[in-house]
Design a protein around this ligand. Structure first.
Ligand code: RP5
Length: 163
């Protein structure tokens, strides 16, 4: 796999607690990534520069996490032809409902593949990115299959009482 195929961007340092789960999932699958803070409203010039240059920089998939008025994934998607997967970060005020609706309700024409709120969304964004990259990378496809097999094997046949 040439270059760094995945960019993980997030609106704030505070999003890393969620987005690190995407990074850790990519680590498990041995997929290189670059994680950056790119705020649509606090660093708009950085956003434009990143989004417009992402394809030329060699990225193939962008994972974008944001919370609240979460316009980062949509704005990014508007400036790049690359697939953008949006992760709604769980906000304090509205538990991420605001993030989810901001990201998922893109008007027709500019898509953002929207995942679940929080950790589940971050993990699944990484798995979706892996699935996209695996279309043209047989070794990665094998690692992804193995990851899923390990997950299946980790599920017990019967529940046990806890505590
Ligand atoms: C958004 O505002 C970020 O994506 C973050 O989820 C939220 C809060 O940011 P901080 O005030 O914690 O920096 O831009």
């Amino acid at each position: 796999m040439a270059g760094t195929p995945v960019a993980i961007i997030m609106g704030s340092q505070s999003d890393w607690a969620t987005m690190r789960h995407a990074a850790e999932t990519l680590d498990l699958l041995e997929i290189p990534y670059d994680a950056r803070i790119v705020s649509a409203h606090r660093t708009p010039d950085r956003l434009v520069s990143f989004a417009k240059g992402a394809k030329a920089a060699g990225f193939q998939v962008i994972i974008a996490g944001a919370g609240g008025a979460a316009h980062l994934p949509g704005m990014t998607a508007s400036m790049t032809p690359l697939p953008v997967f949006g992760v709604p970060v769980e906000s304090k005020a509205l538990s991420g409902q605001d993030s989810l609706l901001s990201i998922v309700q893109m008007p027709a024409g500019i898509p953002v593949g929207t995942l679940a709120i929080g950790r589940a969304g971050a993990v699944n964004a990484a798995l979706l990115a892996a699935a996209v990259l695996a279309l043209h990378d047989k070794n990665l496809a094998k690692r992804l299959d193995a990851w899923r097999d390990r997950q299946s094997e980790s599920v017990a046949e019967r529940p046990v009482s806890e505590g």
